[in-house]
Each structure stands twice: as C-alpha cells, then as structure tokens.
Design a protein around this ligand. Structure first.
Ligand SMILES: Cc1cc2nc3c(=O)[nH]c(=O)nc-3n(C[C@H](O)[C@H](O)[C@H](O)COP(=O)(O)O)c2cc1C
Length: 326
C-alpha cells in the first residue's frame, strides 16, 4: 500500500495538483529535535531550478502538523505536509483518453476504474517525493554516525560530467528527455543489520528505492558486472579484524546482512515519459491510433533531482533496519 517499514513506518499522501502532499512517520524516537530547518537543506536539493528540471516553482514549506511539541518529537506519528501552490491541472486532462506512453496513465485508469486523479499525474507524480525527503531528513537524524552520500554518476549514458549540459540542452531542444544513474554510498553502517532472505538489507533498500517514480533498476557493489567476473575478481579480501575488505564487490552486504563496509548501490532512472516530441499512442475514445506531443512543464532529466531522494530512502530503510535490530 502506501506505507513502508516495520518500526520506522513512513506513509505518503497527497497528489501533485491537489491541496497538498506529505508524509506520516511513525516510530520517531521521542526527544529528537524537529523543526523546519531540519528539512531545509534536503528540500532545497530536491527542488527544481537547474537546467534540465521543470519550471514548476513550489515553495516546499514544511508544515509540521503532528508529533512534535516544543520543537521535539513526542513519540506520536509525525505528520509533515506541503501545500501545493503552482498547479496547472488542465495540462493533464486528455491523458485518461490518450495515455502517455511510458507513464502511469493507462495502468492507473484500469486499476482505479478511471476514478484516479490525473491532475499532474496525481499520486504518481515526482511531487510526492517531497514527503520521502522530509521523512529521510528525520531518518538521517536517527541513524547517528552513518553518513549517506548520493550523486549523479552517469547521465544519458555519458560518464564525463562536462558533456552533460550540452546533452541536456540537445534533448530539451529536440523535445526529448534523458535518464541517469545515481550512485549512493552509506558509510558507518555497523555489521549485522538485516536478515537472510526476505528482509535482507538489499531487499529493504530495493523495496523503497523502487517506490521512487521512474526507477528502472538497482545494483549493489559490482552488480550486474559480477556475472562476468571470476570468483577471484569478485571476492572481497578481508584485511582486518573489523571485517573491512580491500575491495567492496558485494556493496557492503553478504547473506543479506551488512558486513561493516560501505553500503554501495546504483539506481537507474529512466528518461521522463512526458516529452513534446511526437509519439504514437492509442486514443481510447476514438478507438484508433493517434500522435501525442506533450506540452506542460516537465523535467528533461528528473534524475538530476534524485540524489537527495535516494539518500532519503536509504536513510529510511537503514533507520528501520536499526530499530528492528535493537
Ligand atoms: C523528482 C521527480 C520528478 C519527475 N518529473 C517527471 C516529469 O516532469 N515528467 C514525467 O513524465 N515524469 C516525471 N517523473 C517520473 C514519473 O513520476 C514516473 O515515470 C511515473 O510516475 C510512472 O512511473 P514509472 O516510471 O516508475 O513506471 C519524475 C520523477 C521524479 C522522482
């Protein structure tokens, strides 16, 4: 459903062009300091503004409406909401009849018997990740000595960062979009978190990473390239009594359990589906194929906004794993 976690439980709500989007967080340790400034830096990193991102301008002012009294968490569920102020619902009306290729329009209409909110893609919008980032900011406070750092590693298939601005500009000019790979490193994670099988650290992280709209894949450590390696290449030689290894091909997890090395994973983000370049799709009212060019405000490369979202969900997953292990 719309909730993640066993003890540190995060539920997101709202729609892109409804009154608000937000998050309810259960399991916050009482006494943790929570005020608007806790969210500020991470919200700023998620906000559009740089080239390749949408021109939609939301203020993202966090309203803490429950679970905090006198600036500290009380132990009751913390609710943070963000009012939507910059909406243009008319841009989306026709997608129920003429669904965007690659987007949620068709699948959601079938699932919700056409009652789904189409405005700004409703609950399927990247807008909803504002709640994940708010929950992540609190999770980061709860996981103490762990530091999490995510960044764009590759954009549109290009490793060299200096080539990104022109690639973005070219895609934008051509009415198209670009994907990217975001790499995330979590250091300071103690060995022993996670379970074999269903609640492995990889399973818990992957579960929540795939809740980010537009994610197409995740790999840990050597990931897919491990399948082409020999054991002698992929194995992580131990080099100390604390379990540290001289390389980290398993991404800090063995048998589903953290091994004390950096948890390292990469997330593949697709190019945005909403592109102005003409695409073929089906008109469900006229019952015929048609051409669709999508207007409105969209991210040419929404993955540029994703590193902080990836950090946030990693923090949520680790906070929950740590509380389960206590
Ligand atoms: C921060 C963020 C911003 C996004 N912006 C757009 C956008 O402007 N246009 C678009 O088509 N998709 C955008 N997406 C992706 C869609 O929300 C996503 O593709 C859609 O919900 C369908 O889900 P799926 O791609 O996981 O199948 C964005 C995603 C994120 C995380």
């Amino acid at each position: 459903m719309n909730t993640y976690g066993r003890i540190f439980r995060v539920g997101i709500f709202g729609e892109s062009h409804g009154p608000c989007a937000g998050v309810v967080i259960d399991g916050v340790i009482p006494g943790i300091e929570i005020n608007r400034s806790v969210f500020e830096e991470d919200l700023k990193r998620r906000r559009p503004g740089i080239s390749g991102t949408t021109s939609r301008a939301e203020q993202d002012i966090p309203e803490i409406v429950s679970g905090v009294c006198n600036g500290v968490a009380t132990g009751a569920p913390v609710t943070v909401l963000f009012r939507n102020t910059d909406m243009r619902p008319e841009d989306y009306e026709k997608f129920k009849e003429v669904p965007r290729p690659g987007h949620s329009d068709f699948a959601a209409s079938v699932k919700y018997n056409h009652y789904n909110d189409m405005r700004g893609s409703g609950p399927f919008s990247g807008r909803l990740t504002v709640g994940l980032v708010a929950a992540g900011a609190i999770a980061k406070k709860m996981i103490g000595g762990i530091s999490i750092n995510a960044y764009v590693k590759e954009l549109g298939g290009l490793r060299d960062e200096s080539e990104w601005p022109s690639a973005i500009e070219k895609a934008r000019r051509e009415g198209d979009s670009l994907g990217a790979i975001v790499e995330c490193r979590c250091s300071g994670v103690k060995p022993g978190l996670g379970e074999p099988f269903f609640d492995s650290v990889e399973s818990c992280i992957s579960h929540i990473v795939f809740s980010i709209p537009g994610v197409r894949g995740i790999e840990f450590g050597d990931g897919f390239s491990a399948s082409a390696m020999r054991g002698s290449e992929h194995n992580d030689p131990f080099c100390g009594s604390d379990g540290k290894t001289s390389k980290n091909g398993s991404g800090g997890i063995n048998g589903g359990i953290s091994n004390g090395n950096e948890i390292l994973f990469r997330v593949a983000f697709k190019p945005a589906s909403s592109i102005s370049k003409m695409q073929r799709t089906y008109d469900f009212v006229r019952e015929e194929m048609t051409a669709l060019g999508i207007s409105g405000r969209h991210d040419t490369c929404f993955a540029l906004r994703a590193p902080v979202i990836v950090e946030s969900v990693a923090a949520i997953a680790l906070a929950d794993l740590m509380l389960v292990a206590e």
